[in-house]
Write a protein that binds this ligand. Sequence first.
Ligand SMILES: [Zn+2]
Length: 429
Amino acid sequence: MLLRYRFRLYPTRPQRIALSRAFGCARVVFNDTVAARRLAHAEGLPYPTSATLSKRLITEAKRTPERAWLGEVSAVALQQALADADQAFRNFFASLKGRRQGSRMGPPRFKRRTGTQSIRFTRNARFEVLANGRLHLPKVGDLKVAWSRDLPSKPSSVTVLMSPTGKYYASFVVTVEDGTDFPGLLADPEAETGIDLGLKDFAVLRGGKVIENPRFFARLEQKLKKAQRALSRKAKGSQNQAKARLQVAKIHERVKQARSDWIDKQVKTIVAENQGIYVEDLGVKSLSRGRHSKSIQDAAFGMFLTRLESKANRAGRTFVRVDRFFPSTRLCSACGALTGPRGLEGLKVRAWACGCGAFHDRDANAEINIRREGKRMVAEGHSDTRNASGQDVRPGTLGRPGNPRKGKNEEPDRSRSATADRKPGIPAH
Ligand SMILES: [Zn+2]
């Protein structure tokens, strides 16, 4: 599988200048690509190919006075920016046609000067990790890296990022074989758990064991809202607006880091204690709350599942995603009747009684159903199918400084994660 390893970078002043030039050029090429495609669409012209755009927006543009400065940065990195815009369009089209997992995507948007800046170097851009531990980037120089752990293999690409708060990171994509962190099978055949992602709690595990939402979720959310309100009141383009924007970015960074550390801790415990891990696929619950209540918790679910899957695979654990339409909450785990709470009203029900005489805690019952369904999928050979499609390699989340603990600063590459085949055993209604 592909993993991302992220490290903090400490560029010198001249290197920062070269990088900001590279970020700017990559952003311009990306935005020019988006603009050219939008224009072609608006005028009813055929979709311009990447080869045409590469010639027009890079090779020929360099010869014009308005874009002559494009020649000052690595040409391969500019090609990559164009390829990234291209991929963004392909993802959008795939999403339109329903061929892409996850929620609907919008068309690619223009990159802004105030957001996270990035530039990607692939192997043929001849970036290199030097023997002295520095990262060599063409037309930038040899950058100092805070190596917090070794790279497991030669990286296939590196994305250099600058966060809105002015921190630099290198995010390497490396290939890691499954089972490389294999700690041995757990002796207890019952060391298995379903995971019911919660509404009140973060998740419920086997035996009704609860992972509570950490308090900082709510605390930081309040802080973030307050800072965002302050930002919205500032005059556009003013010095105060810039300050308020930095404040928001700083809180975002803290949220991401705190959430990421907390999730790593949960994932580590679950993988250490369980040979089989069965989860419900994401979607239903976060959607059921409506789009206005997208919270830190909702955002944490996705990261939690991605990292759990990645770590479980590396540790040789069974990991299965149960179909999101599997009625884990409504199904009575004692008799199999669909007697549980349903719909929006049902979200408030904590416990219920089935006609068969069984009395259930709502989440503990759901965990049993998820675990059973996952085991059934394994038994019938529906799980562990690899999804090797998709080329998009996103730089993952930002905001974590180099950390010396093992396994800390890595991010599974989401485009290549394994996904279980979807085959629910019981119809949704
Ligand atoms: Zn029942």
